[in-house]
Write a protein that binds this ligand. Structure first.
Ligand SMILES: Nc1ncnc2c1ncn2[C@@H]1O[C@H](COP(=O)(O)OP(=O)(O)OP(=O)(O)O)[C@@H](O)[C@H]1O
Ligand SMILES: Cc1ncc(C[n+]2csc(CCO)c2C)c(N)n1
Length: 256
């Protein structure tokens, strides 16, 4: 079984050259209060997309993250490549502002069966000339809001389970660990942990084995209605996980 290595180096200002593998990051900005570290994600990303009302957040909240600088200059510096969604949340002045700067806008209002995040991830997946092997999609503002939206955002992890993707809020991150691989999570203890969880999603998982946690699992069954691993604690520098079903990995993010 092949090994997948995960590391939250995108929360560091500079990704260490010896981190062992290099990913091509894309960023999706959602319509939720933006995490404080969003400018860091922006700088690491090669491609930036706003999901509908996410563009309002970029327009309104990025200048607040740089209070000493001119708001117009900040909005020009942080120009998204694409705004996509059903366009029922983006304000007209915001749409006009970024269109005038050259942002591509895609009105997908004909599709009322998939979320704006789903539409944005499908767009990134289908970009020509993008190395999908090394793609990792960072999603800012995915957690901590309306539960139907949070569940929809987690469903996007499941819908695109072969793409590396990380849902982020100020408080924590979530990613999917496909059962097709064994996993090594290289903990960046300056920015994440120690609280973490491993959660089966959709179906029960018959067997999960871990190392590096305070409450390690050994061929353990997990399902809702029985055991799931919440309020676990990272102990080692590396956590290893092997499971017969896809799992969600979640870890707390430290306040700066
Ligand atoms: N409260 C929230 N919590 C988590 N994610 C959110 C929340 N609000 C929006 N999002 C995410 O941002 C994306 C864009 O948000 P937007 O408000 O434009 O969507 P929408 O489909 O118009 O929402 P609504 O259901 O309110 O009509 C959504 O697809 C969702 O992924
Ligand atoms: C069973 C079912 N439930 C809810 C919706 C509504 N919906 C889901 S995604 C979306 C677009 C949001 O931008 C909307 C309106 C649906 N179509 N089908």
């Amino acid at each position: 079984m092949d090994l997948m290595i995960h590391s939250t180096t995108f929360l560091l200002p500079d990704i260490p050259a010896d981190s062992g593998f290099s990913l091509l990051y894309s960023l999706v900005v959602l319509n939720q209060p933006l995490p404080k570290f969003t400018p860091l994600l922006w700088n690491h990303a090669r491609f930036r997309v706003c999901a509908d009302g996410g563009a309002n957040r970029l327009y309104d909240e990025f200048p607040q993250l740089f209070p000493d600088e001119d708001a117009f200059a900040i909005r020009k510096r942080y120009k998204p490549d694409v705004i996509k969604g059903d366009m029922d949340s983006i304000r007209a002045e915001v749409l006009e502002f970024y269109s005038n700067l050259g942002t591509k806008t895609i009105d997908a209002s004909h599709d009322q069966d998939s979320t704006d995040l789903h539409k944005c991830v499908a767009y990134i997946r289908d970009l020509p000339n993008l190395d999908k092997q090394n793609l990792c999609i960072l999603v800012a503002g995915a957690l901590g809001g309306r539960f139907d939206h949070e569940a929809g955002n987690i469903n996007v992890l499941c819908l695109f389970s072969t793409i590396r993707m990380v849902l982020l809020s100020d408080d924590c991150l979530i990613q999917l660990l496909p059962s097709s691989h064994r996993h090594e999570i290289h903990i960046q203890s300056s920015v994440e942990g120690p609280h973490c969880g491993l959660i089966p999603i959709g179906i029960p998982c018959k067997s999960t084995t871990t190392t590096g946690l305070q409450w390690d699992l050994t061929d353990t069954e997990m399902r809702f209605g029985s055991l799931i691993s919440t309020s676990n604690i990272v102990k080692g520098k590396i956590v290893t996980i092997r499971s017969d079903s896809d799992l969600l990995w979640t870890i707390s993010i430290k306040k700066a």
